[in-house]
Design a protein around this ligand. Structure first.
Ligand code: ADP
Length: 193
């Protein structure tokens, strides 16, 4: 199974991805985690990405597409994966589509977690307080910037995937368990459709 989890920062993608990993025996590919690991290891990509990430802006499409192309080609991805944090732009989505077509594979579904901006602002402030700056980009100002970038560059993916009949939207303001149950039901539907 190959899935995309789409949604603004603070929507709960990581939480749901973790659960889907256990349930379906697939791997979670979080581009945010990959980039943070690259920053920590001071690789060439990490050195380039650090300041962009700290500002809450997006790392270039070229770099991201290359990372995903390499990672999805590894053996542990053969059984499927969940993309969490990728694609984030139309260009990335188009590159992914081309890449998958080249490999004779396709996405099963794109799951959108919908959360209102006011709720996100609250979650974002709580998260910034609780993590106490554990992540350099987890302060209120950068998180607001990330939300703005989401609306400008990533939200257009909702129509992109909706036009392709792949989009499944879930109300992300319910409890974690309720969101999980709704995702499971939608995936069941698409498996039997
Ligand atoms: P979030 O907490 O919003 O889910 P992530 O952990 O996914 O954030 O990503 C953190 C940062 O890493 C982003 O703000 C961005 O700078 C960079 N990043 C992650 N994935 C991508 C991507 N697909 N394209 C461009 N930049 C990315």
């Amino acid at each position: 199974m190959k899935l995309i989890l789409l949604g603004p920062p603070g929507a709960g993608k990581g939480t749901q991805a973790e659960r889907l990993v256990k349930k379906h025996g697939i791997v979670q590919l979080s581009t945010g985690d990959m980039l943070r690991a690259a920053v920590k290891a001071a690789t060439p990509v990490g050195l380039k990405a650090k300041e962009v990430m700290d500002r809450g802006e997006l790392v270039s499409d070229d770099i991201m597409v290359k990372i995903i192309e390499d990672r999805t080609g590894e053996p542990d991805c053969a059984n499927g994966y969940i993309l969490d944090g990728f694609p984030r732009t139309i260009a990335q989505a188009e590159a992914l589509e081309a890449l998958m077509a080249r490999h004779g594979t396709a996405l099963d579904a794109v799951i959108e977690l919908r959360v209102d901006d006011e709720i996100l602002a609250e979650r974002i402030e709580t998260r910034a307080r609780e993590t106490g700056g554990a992540r350099a980009d987890d302060n209120v100002e950068t998180l607001r910037k990330r939300l703005e970038v989401y609306h400008g560059q990533t939200a257009p993916l909702v129509s992109f995937y909706s036009e392709r009949g792949m989009l499944k939207s879930v109300d992300g303001m319910q409890s974690i368990d309720e969101v999980a149950a709704e995702i499971d039901a939608l995936l069941q539907e698409s498996a039997t459709a």
